[in-house]
Ligand binder design. Structure first.
Ligand SMILES: [Zn+2]
Length: 254
């Protein structure tokens, strides 16, 4: 009898011991949020500090504004800061932000508001904004061709351009996730199909589709809403003011 009691006692002791390692306790330890956070949380690498180089500092010192600070939702693809351009050379280096005169940026904001009112799935995508004359000179010098040929690509830096004043943009329409709308010719395409002047002829020949033409028309309507006007030879280029008016309002960014 005493032995039976002893076995019962030992059995009870074993059961009681097993309870100490019950699933509840084990799982309680594993899913403890503090422990989990300690074990699994991976600290992200800190973003490297953005460096403003000499060129960008020059734009800031000239009183220009970073367009993306002024116009939330606008997109930038500074093509001259890549090799995806007609020169196949990066002439902007570190710079990948678009800068404009503050009042020009405010007017461009009106364009985007107009566009959003028409179609909220679309936005504006900037290829180029202010282009300092020193950069335009680099572009001019890269082109190894007669002067009358060069002017098809870049206006003569001697004359100054509306881009030099920070009052012109090269721009297109894009979806909010950055896909440019089809304009029937790429940015900086020097073929006549890029000329607004020849759109009707290209439409009639079937080389420009009605959809491509409608996209260009929507871009022009959008830009007019902020007071910008296009030119007859590049579907992407818009001036806020003429060169003569720019001379009275602003100083060339050298
Ligand atoms: Zn332009």
């Amino acid at each position: 009898m005493t032995r039976t009691l002893t076995y019962l006692f030992i059995g009870f002791f074993i059961l009681a011991s097993c309870k100490d390692t019950s699933p509840e306790t084990v799982s309680g330890t594993l899913i403890n949020p503090e422990v989990k956070d300690t074990v699994l949380e991976v600290q992200p690498e800190p973003e490297p500090a953005y460096i403003i180089d000499t060129l960008e500092q020059k734009l800031i010192d000239a009183g220009l504004v970073n367009v993306q600070d002024s116009i939330p939702g606008i997109l930038i693809d500074l093509r001259y800061s890549t090799t995806n351009n007609f020169m196949k050379q990066d002439v902007y280096g570190h710079l990948n932000r678009a800068y404009l005169q503050p009042d020009v940026a405010e007017d461009l904001k009106k364009c985007l508001e107009f566009l959003k009112g028409k179609d909220s799935s679309l936005t504006l995508l900037i290829f180029d904004a202010v282009r300092p004359r020193s950069v335009q000179q680099i572009m001019w010098d890269i082109l190894d061709m007669p002067v009358n040929e060069k002017t098809k690509f870049v206006s003569n830096p001697k004359n100054g351009s509306v881009h030099n004043y920070g009052a012109a943009v090269d721009i297109t329409l894009a979806t909010n996730d950055g896909v440019p709308l089809d304009m029937g010719a790429d940015y900086d395409d020097i073929r006549l199909i890029a000329y607004p002047r020849h759109e009707k002829a290209y439409l009639d020949s079937g080389m420009l589709s009605l959809e491509q033409l409608e996209n260009r028309k929507l871009l022009r309507e959008t830009m007019r809403a902020g007071g910008f006007s296009g030119i007859q030879t590049e579907w992407w280029h818009f001036n806020r003011y003429s060169r003569d008016v720019c001379k009275t309002r602003y100083t060339i960014v050298e």
